[in-house]
Design a protein around this ligand. Structure first.
Ligand SMILES: Cc1cc2nc3c(=O)[nH]c(=O)nc-3n(C[C@H](O)[C@H](O)[C@H](O)COP(=O)(O)O)c2cc1C
Length: 295
């Protein structure tokens, strides 16, 4: 059993949900890329609890990146996903992430063609976010290992007009019945997770639920505002500003017009209830039918 600065890692990988070779989760829960609102503490806590945590990477500084990954390693030896959300990353950044122990990388249609060959040549796996049939075809032809499919009810950047079942059906049609799919957008409860698995996903993707966790890097006042909000308080902001590539963002409507990532939220906002630890969230979302193994 791996030992970390925070004690033994409680997750074994003998049973569970296999996303790709070398990555079996105890619970079918994947934390979505949250840009500046995720970070080592959140990614590590989700992975340590048996899901898959995610660290957004958009930096040129490999020293800072190594330090952030090291902060994850102090907390868990379990895998985390690194999401490249910028236009593209320099190859030294990919090399640095790999050298620091990251093996699973999320890309998009704009940077996947550039990054996927390097990730593969290093021996890493490619999680490819898709929202349209063209993007699914590109991902399939380039050899995606896992498809990330946030539907139109997602929080933050909304990059598809399609519902979760429509996206899953498109991926199955293009990539075949064996394709591994992580789907979400608007999920917040165990019933939501069960539903998305019943629709054919291997695991569920959740962003807003993990934004409202103790570990997420958002101001506590913004978390509290979102906790009080419901889906009617959200709007799909069509203004094209400050993002790559520029797309609509679902966020909280505020009296002052405040527009910051820590106020992004998906339609599942109605059922958040409170701001627990990420580990509690993973436990509360996990299917009850497969009791976890601990070793
Ligand atoms: C606070 C927040 C920040 C986000 N930041 C990004 C980002 O920087 N890049 C990106 O591609 N998606 C971003 N997203 C979208 C998520 O990756 C994911 O698609 C979405 O959270 C899933 O829907 P849900 O929030 O309803 O679970 C963000 C979402 C939230 C809630």
């Amino acid at each position: 059993m791996a030992r970390t600065a925070s004690g033994p890692d409680p997750v074994g990988c003998g049973a569970g949900y296999t996303l790709c070779p070398g990555l079996t989760l105890r619970f079918p829960i994947v934390q979505a890329a949250l840009g500046r609102c995720d970070g080592p503490a959140l990614a590590a806590a989700v992975s340590r609890a048996g899901g898959l945590g995610c660290l957004t990477i958009h930096e040129a500084d490999t020293t800072g990146l190594r330090a952030r990954i090291q902060r994850i390693r102090h907390r868990t030896s379990r895998p985390v996903l690194a999401a490249f959300t910028a236009p593209f990353e320099r190859s030294v950044v990919v090399d640095a992430a790999f050298a620091a122990g990251i093996r699973h990388f999320q890309v998009f249609w704009w940077n996947g063609p550039h990054l996927a060959p390097q990730i593969r040549s290093l021996g890493g796996t490619v999680f490819w976010q898709v929202g349209t049939v063209d993007q699914v075809q590109d991902a399939h032809h380039t050899g995606a290992d896992v498809y990330i499919a946030p539907g139109r009810d997602a929080g933050g950047q909304v990059r598809t007009p399609h519902s979760i079942p429509e996206l899953i059906a498109t991926i199955r049609t293009v990539a075949g019945p064996e394709a591994t799919i992580v789907a979400g957008g608007g999920l917040s409860t165990r019933a939501d997770v069960a539903q998305v698995l019943a629709e054919g996903a291997t695991a569920a993707l959740l962003g807003t639920r993990f934004l409202l966790s103790e570990e997420a890097r958002a101001p506590e006042r913004d978390k509290a505002r979102l906790l009080r909000a419901d889906a009617d308080d959200l709007a799909l902001d069509l203004r094209i500003i400050g993002d790559w590539p520029c797309v609509p963002r679902r966020r909280l409507l505020t009296a002052t017009g405040a527009d910051r990532p820590s106020l992004f939220a998906g339609k599942g906002i109605d059922h958040m209830g409170r701001i627990p630890s990420a580990a509690q969230i993973v436990r509360e979302l996990a299917p009850v039918s497969r009791p976890p193994l601990i070793r």
